[in-house]
Design a binder for this molecule. Structure first.
Ligand code: NAD
Length: 495
């Protein structure tokens, strides 16, 4: 049986003998095991990262950029293979997996510009004969803890920028699909990254707790569910670390009566059911405003029924299984709860059977109508292919739903009215907003992050936010000895 171990100091290794099974979500069969690292593995990673940081932080930004450029080429060459690893362990379609690697690659491309991004600020003559300048310096060892749903993209939101800024990085990927992270680290090594600058440490909460409580690690980047994000934020902050912790979501898409309905329905299809709804930017609530509700529900229902649900090995697949048996059961319970609480179940994904894959974690597109804000399926993140339609009488009622929900990751509005769109983008309390686009995921040169219960901390991921997060600001004020000597001064110097 294949075992997924750690990647520490340029080598595959492990000390722990504790393992967790990895399953193929399409077949339900065990395909490998991942090591759940212990304190020996952790200490080895820390020693390696600490040694690597001393050298790497002194490598010029231009040389770091050249290694990142080599890495970009290697990722492109290995795109198909990386996507297959993701699809096998995650279940998403091959095209979707490829797309997610490319979105991660865009962060590498952004990080290639690090000599420019790290340029500081300089002021001549802040006082007579005195100059002042600000620079950004690396933090030290940064750590990243990532979820199962984007095994390449989410880690790549973090380590390319952290490393470009001169930090060393310890990645703790999801134990459900860790193989892609090992492959990404090996490719970085092949691109010329010195040993120890990127270490991959596999494991569960035991290793997460060692990271959060470590006195040597300077910063923690986390992406996952809200309860764990909150715990990571609080524990890291208590231990004096810089922390950004991204949590769950409940993204609303508002459809106004003047919207192009065909465009809105097409957008909703991919956003609600793509990747089996296991995206933090998935649309899980469609808010139908005014009299558009009946037509919207009819069209979504018709199109959703024709979505091809199949394993990733079938090139026609549009939607794969969910990650695990337990997660499938959890989603099914939410569907039952929606029925009990009085929502209209229009399309029930629990009935789906895929011939030859009866033991896979498949669940079909599911649609609820007349969902209200008191219902569990409205309040909680389901993280599956379940779309709730809420009817709103007016735009004001719709934006109020968006703004009073506990989560604040993404949202979108479909309308032909520029004034309404402007009002929405200005006044919604959400981190990432779309107008007539279903999933407004910012590109690498902007920053990714939500509001409210979707992000704990002050910094979003990647873009300039990433550069700021992974560096400390230092401002120097300097005068050379031959400038005028006035003797000691005891009042605040002013100009
Ligand atoms: P998760 O919270 O279960 O796991 C995330 C990471 O935390 C994993 O590495 C896991 O090993 C670790 N972890 C899990 N339980 C822990 C515990 N008790 N103590 C310490 N560490 C623990 O999340 P998941 O199921 O892997 O991913 C799905 C979640 O991630 C969803 O809620 C989704 O919305 C969220 N997500 C958010 C974003 C975003 O940008 N906001 C992006 C992707 C995914």
């Amino acid at each position: 049986m294949n075992k997924v171990l750690n990647f520490i100091d340029g080598d595959i290794s492990n000390s722990s003998n504790r393992y967790q099974n990895i399953y193929d979500p399409s077949t339900g069969e065990k395909i490998s095991e991942v090591v759940l690292s212990n304190s020996f593995d952790f200490n080895k990673a820390i020693e390696s990262s600490n040694n690597a940081f001393k050298e790497w932080s002194n490598v010029t930004p231009l040389k770091r950029s050249r290694i990142l450029s080599n890495y970009k080429i290697l990722i492109e060459k290995n795109l198909e293979n990386l996507a297959k690893i993701i699809s096998l362990e995650h279940g998403k379609t091959l095209d979707d997996a490829k797309g997610s690697v490319i979105r991660g690659l865009e962060v590498v491309e952004f990080a290639c510009g690090i000599p420019h991004l790290l340029k500081g600020e300089f002021s001549q003559n802040v006082g007579t004969g005195i100059d002042s300048w600000s620079v950004r310096q690396p933090l030290g060892i940064s750590a990243g803890i990532t979820p199962f749903n984007f095994p390449a993209m989410v880690p790549m939101w973090m380590y390319p920028i952290a490393i470009a800024c001169g930090n060393s990085f310890i990645l703790k990927p999801s134990e459900k699909n860790p193989t892609c992270s090992i492959k990404l680290a090996e490719l970085f090594s092949e691109a010329g990254l010195p040993d120890g600058v990127l270490n991959v440490l596999n494991g569960d909460k035991e290793i997460v707790n060692l990271i959060l409580n470590s006195k040597i690690i300077s910063s923690v980047s986390f992406v996952g569910s809200t309860p764990i994000a909150k715990y990571v934020y609080e524990t890291s902050a208590k231990n004096g670390k810089r922390v950004q912790a991204l949590g769950g979501a409940k993204n609303h898409l508002i459809v106004m009566p003047d919207a192009n309905l065909d465009q809105a329905v097409d957008g909703i299809m991919g956003a609600a059911y793509g990747s089996a709804g296991e995206r933090c930017m998935a649309v899980s609530v469609a808010v139908a405003v005014g009299d558009i509700g009946d037509k919207l529900v009819d069209q979504i229902n018709n199109k959703a029924q024709s979505i091809k649900v199949a394993p990733w090995t079938n090139s026609e697949s549009e939607m794969g299984p969910v990650i695990s048996k337990e997660h499938k059961q959890k989603i099914e319970k939410y569907i039952s709860k929606g029925e009990e609480e009085g929502a209209n179940l229009i399309l029930d994904g629990r009935k789906i059977k895929i011939q030859g894959y009866e033991k896979g974690n498949f669940i079909g597109p599911t649609l609820f109508d007349n969902v209200s804000k008191e219902m569990t399926i409205y309040k909680e993140e389901i993280f599956g292919p379940v779309l709730s339609v809420v009817r709103a009488k007016s735009y004001e009622e719709a934006i109020n739903l968006v703004n009073t929900h506990a989560f604040g990751n993404g949202t979108s509005i479909y309308t032909s009215d520029g004034e309404v769109a402007n009002h929405f983008t200005t006044n919604c309390k959400i981190g990432m907003v779309g107008v007539n686009v279903p999933i407004p995921v910012p590109m690498a040169f902007h920053s990714f992050g939500g509001w409210k219960q979707s992000l704990f901390g002050d910094h979003a991921m990647h873009g300039m936010e990433g550069v700021r997060f992974y560096t400390k600001l230092k401002t120097t004020t300097s005068r050379w000895p031959k400038s005028i000597q006035k003797g000691p001064e005891f009042k605040m110097p002013t100009n």
